[in-house]
Design a protein around this ligand. Structure first.
Ligand SMILES: [Zn+2]
Length: 230
């Protein structure tokens, strides 16, 4: 056994690594997700048109270039588990890794090559203090790592503290998201193609509101990306 391999197996004995989607202990060859889960993970397509369920959420609401998610969350407990860990279990590194891997797969594709800047959806400072991190920023940084597209973290700012929206109707949610964001640096995004990224897309109201805020400030192109499409 080489010293490297020895160290690796000793390490996994002392710190057993678990699959992010099913919590099973990973074997030597597996990295952060087990083979079974990686086989069943519902990767969503990055085609345009009727099969793209993310894109549909923005149709007729704003002019945009592309809208995608890494995963489709419907019918997949695995993705829900992953998102839960990212949001509530202090594991933002998972969001980073997903961004990095997704970027590796997509970086040759035209839609991603046209992007100038990645903008993560900010958390309100109160929420960030409570959680300790912004998972969308981690996702953005992972994506930047494998694509070399810069992340601007100070352009979008959240003005209002929004309460949990799960109890609200769809219409309330849209109204609730109006004027939530502020553009802090219009010059940084002038005539750029921006990829606004979030953890989960439900109605699309958050990404839409951020996009509208930026568009109202200055001339820019918009694309949207989330980890999961709910
Ligand atoms: Zn697994």
């Amino acid at each position: 056994m080489s010293p490297k391999l020895y160290w690796k197996s000793l390490n996994s004995l002392l710190f057993p690594r678990a699959c992010i989607a099913c919590d099973k202990t990973l074997i030597e060859q597996e990295e952060f997700i087990c083979i079974e889960c990686s086989f069943f993970l519902p990767f969503s397509n990055t085609r345009k048109g009727i099969d793209n369920h993310v894109e549909k959420k923005f149709w007729g609401k704003i002019i945009f270039e592309s809208a995608y998610s890494v995963f489709d969350m419907k019918y997949s407990d695995r993705v829900y588990k992953i998102i839960h860990k990212i949001k509530y279990k202090n594991q933002p590194k998972i969001a980073y890794n997903i961004g990095k891997i997704f970027g590796q797969y997509q970086r040759e594709k035209e839609w991603l090559q046209n992007i100038d800047i990645i903008l993560p959806i900010p958390l309100h400072s109160r929420k960030k203090r409570k959680r300790g991190y912004n998972q969308s920023l981690y996702f953005a940084k992972g994506l930047a790592q494998s694509t070399n597209i810069p992340v601007h973290n100070k352009v979008l700012k959240r003005k209002v503290f929004t309460i949990s929206q799960t109890q609200k109707s769809r219409l309330d949610r849209y109204e609730n998201m109006e004027n939530v964001f502020q553009c802090m640096d219009p010059r940084a995004i002038y005539n750029k193609h921006l990829l606004i990224v979030d953890d989960v897309i439900t109605t699309g109201a958050t990404l839409l509101s951020a996009g509208q805020t930026l568009r109202n400030e200055t001339s820019c192109k918009l694309s949207f990306l989330a980890i999961g499409n709910a």
